[in-house]
Ligand binder design. Sequence first.
Ligand code: SF4
Length: 211
Amino acid sequence: MPLAREAVELLVQAARAWYFEGNRHGLRDREWMALRFLGRANRFSRTPSALAGFIGSTRATASQIVKTLESKSYLVRKPSQEDKRSVVLHVTAQGEKCLSQHDPINHVVNAVAALGNDGCVGLRDSLRDVLNHLDAAHQRLDASICRDCMFLAERGPATPKGRAGAEFMCRLYRAPISLEETELLCTSFERTRDRPKIEEHLDRARIASQG
Ligand code: SF4
């Protein structure tokens, strides 16, 4: 147990990078959290209500954060292609630049990257196991990626009429999902514990796309 406590205390120290008083580069920690989430969220989750769920705030607070990010030209609203009555939030090029240059978690990302590939995989898998335990205990998880989600299904080769590059289907939204989209965050995510086939397929496809 002392070892487990020591590990958690180190995790808490690392978390100080993203929880802070005041602001950094003009944004408070929750505004950074929102911009970071919207920069990595898929098309179903870039909505004001999904944002509110992710940052654990009311809709009114999330709307205020969206307005702040819009006023700094980091965010724009566009009508949803799936439902014209809804809006989808898009991080602008300026917002992406701000994230890549000034996001307070960049130091932590660089430190983790310095562990090397095996170290990163080990840390990711350990944290995933910890989240699995917490998920089982609390029956909730804010967001994660398609590749770990029970709604992801293989679709087969994309047709000329299909969405370009679509290789998977989301059975919840009944929508095609491209390989790139499987790496984006989704607030409708439901964890699955046993999908070795798709996991291997995604790893193969990802290595092929990088090579
Ligand atoms: S497969 Fe899961 S994570 Fe991916 S879009 Fe569908 S619900 Fe979201």
